[in-house]
Design a protein around this ligand. Structure first.
Ligand code: NCD
Length: 298
């Protein structure tokens, strides 16, 4: 693999290869084996131009666990503040010896541009409302660990789908892995066109009893989303909605959650919730991606 800026075009065997590698790393961590040398002598730069908690920390831990050298970069205190262009910043970090760049930016397409400018492997850690491939991969790994296989699962993705880069990556992974999905939300937050392999609906309640997975998305106020007045009444997942779901169904959310907007605290912290498992699976999933990129370098 030369870069991971999108999940578009990844086939079942490529996705399964990454899932299997993540499962191996997860299994090793659970048996107490947290260090490896797969990135020994390699430098990985974190270039986060937007806030992040889970994604950044889990990439950093993944680099450390693989024995790599971590290069951190704070746009707030870096020379971008002095007017240095993104291209010059990326070339500077690369000239210093970065072997892999992990990039988050508010503008769609920046990770691809940085890959083109530098020729160095890039992982997209979220670009605008476009894609967030490692989040979708860790979600797939989480479902795999819970259900064994994703084939035939019925998934409802609910909320601010139009602005969601997580949904942007789920759109490519879920149909390939045999998940049957419906996008649910108010008309203003649904994509203008139905993505291939997805149904769309404005009614959450009529789907609750059929879903194996209810995947909630944050309302992205920072990207200008306005919350419709009846959002909470129609779409917030509370204990009544949770009670209407199949006994074994799960609730997921990429975080950060807006408690009491898309989900109530009792459901977020309750037995159906896989939210913290998603976070935990972020580390082995990112270890798998970094190793695949290293193999592309050597
Ligand atoms: C997401 C992101 O930043 O794209 N969070 C994450 O990486 N776990 C989703 C969001 O911000 O709502």
């Amino acid at each position: 693999m030369k870069a991971l800026t999108t999940l578009r075009g990844l086939g079942r065997s490529e996705l399964n290869g990454l899932i299997e590698s993540a499962l191996v790393y997860a299994g090793r961590a659970e048996s107490g084996e947290t260090s490896g040398d797969q990135l020994s002598g390699r430098a990985v730069a974190m270039m986060f131009f937007e806030p992040s908690t889970r994604t950044r920390l889990s990439f950093e831990l993944a680099v450390n666990r693989l024995g790599g050298d971590l290069m951190t970069f704070e746009p707030g205190t870096a020379s971008t503040k002095k007017g240095e262009s993104l291209r010059d910043t990326a070339l500077t970090v690369t000239a210093m010896g970065a072997d892999i760049l992990v990039v988050r930016h508010s503008e769609a397409g920046v990770p691809d541009a940085i890959h083109d400018w530098t020729g160095v492997p890039v992982v997209n850690a979220g670009d605008g409302a476009h894609e967030h491939p490692t989040q979708a991969l860790l979600d797939v790994v989480t479902l795999h660990r819970r259900f064994g296989s994703l084939q035939g699962l019925r998934m409802g993705i609910v909320g601010d789908i139009r602005q969601s880069r997580v949904a942007g990556s789920l759109f490519h992974a879920m149909p390939v892995l045999g998940v049957d999905s419906v996008l649910i939300g108010p008309e203003s937050l649904l994509p203008e066109r139905e993505p291939d392999g997805f149904e769309m609906s404005t009614d959450l309640d009529c789907h609750l009893g059929d879903l194996d997975v209810l995947y909630l998305l944050r309302v992205q106020r920072e990207r200008g989303t306005l919350i419709p007045d009846d959002y909470i009444e129609r779409f917030r997942v509370d204990s009544d909605r949770s009670a209407a779901m199949k006994p074994e169904a799960v609730v997921m959310h990429p975080g950060p959650i807006n408690r009491d907007v898309e989900i109530t605290g009792d459901v977020a912290d309750g037995p159906r919730s896989l939210i913290l498992s998603q976070v935990a699976n972020g580390v082995p999933t990112r270890m798998a991606v970094l190793t695949a990129l290293r193999d592309g370098i050597t």
